[in-house]
Design a protein around this ligand. Sequence first.
Ligand code: GDP
Length: 439
Amino acid sequence: MHRTPVVAIVGRPNVGKSALFNRLAGRRIAIVEDIPGVTRDRLSAPVEWQGRRFEVVDTGGWMSAPEDRLAERVRAAAEAAAREADVVLFVVDGRAGLVPEDAEIARALRRVHRPVILVVNKVDRPEREDALAAEFHALGFPEVVCVSALHGYGIGELLDQLVARLPGGGEEVAEEGEEIRVAFVGRPNVGKSSLVNALVGMDRVLVDEAPGTTRDAVDVVLRTDRRTFVLVDTAGLRRRARIRHALEFYSTLRTREALERAHVAVLVLDATEGPVDQDQRIAQEVVEAGRALVVAVNKWDLVSREHATDLARRIHEALRHMRFAPVVFTSARTGRNVRRILDLVARADASHALRIPTGPLNRAIERAVREAHPPADASGRPLKIYYATQVVTRPPTFVLFVNDPGICNESYLRYLEGRLRASFELVGTPIRFFLRPRR
Ligand code: GDP
């Protein structure tokens, strides 16, 4: 297997590194704090663009440095991150203009000899682009892209340039194959092991084990009469049901690794505990990883009739941000709906891999636009969508060519998403949009 190329985002505090990270990672609502020095720990997320896959890394964690040493720490962190990266996105602030700290980071980056793309962020008015590019050219990096991480402006162009600089080969996106790769995720004791064992024990199911690609991972291969499912990194789960050990098997890291190798995640919840915050966090992680999602509410045998309706309502409410995910109420103990999990996984997988031809896609968008008018900017100029195209699958990712990405808003994108889901029966998969200005 090829190593996944790494793309590091570096820059001084508050230039919008986190917003850019969120944008690239496909989170549609960026979590951005406008306070200098506020950032999260180092984060990474897989990204796919034009059939190429890479890992984007947002550097942080060094922000706690005392004021006087901050500049030095920023430079050191940028340099360290760049050393581990295949391509560096050096982010500067187009609103603030060129500042001396940028030049210091530029010097540090030149020392590590990695390809650098200079990303001028917070460019909300395209007509300023030439002037900004000229100003920042002084830093000495030939490749300059102007973006607005917050509004999505220029992101498609940045991704195009980025994949062009990835080292040869890279990791090709898996070919559409026969087998469906599934990861069971969830908190401890919700019944993941029990469900996996119930699936393995079903009638007319053939079971094999295959070594996974990481360390001690073992995949379980299930063959039903119709499909082959690979339950990734399942050995620990199967072992666990026999020998209960105190050590928590499904650590966050482990969940991430399993998601990395799966197409569909089955998030298992415990019906007796109702939805808890951690369930939502894991669901969020699945979506951010760009995987399809099916929710299994397990231990349903323990829920009394009078509580069932209320509980189901609370679960739907808790998962309202993942309304696209089908929910199934299961019992590993009685076998209720266990087989149904596989049916839903197969449906979610088909949606995840769906490629919508340009004709039908544009007709659906045109219809949606006719039925609900797009937003307008302060001067009354409406958003115009000229053309849409699907750039990749898994998950379905669309580029919309528009007059001005800055005019679009989150709620209109959600409306378009809903319409595409209805038109093409997309179930269980996240959908991503990128807006690009047509010049
Ligand atoms: P994991 O940590 O998510 O793999 O959870 P386990 O599969 O080890 O299950 C945790 C506990 O819940 C065990 O005692 C199981 O017997 C029990 N359990 C799992 N599924 C069900 C179910 O559907 N109904 C009931 N009543 N108990 C269950």
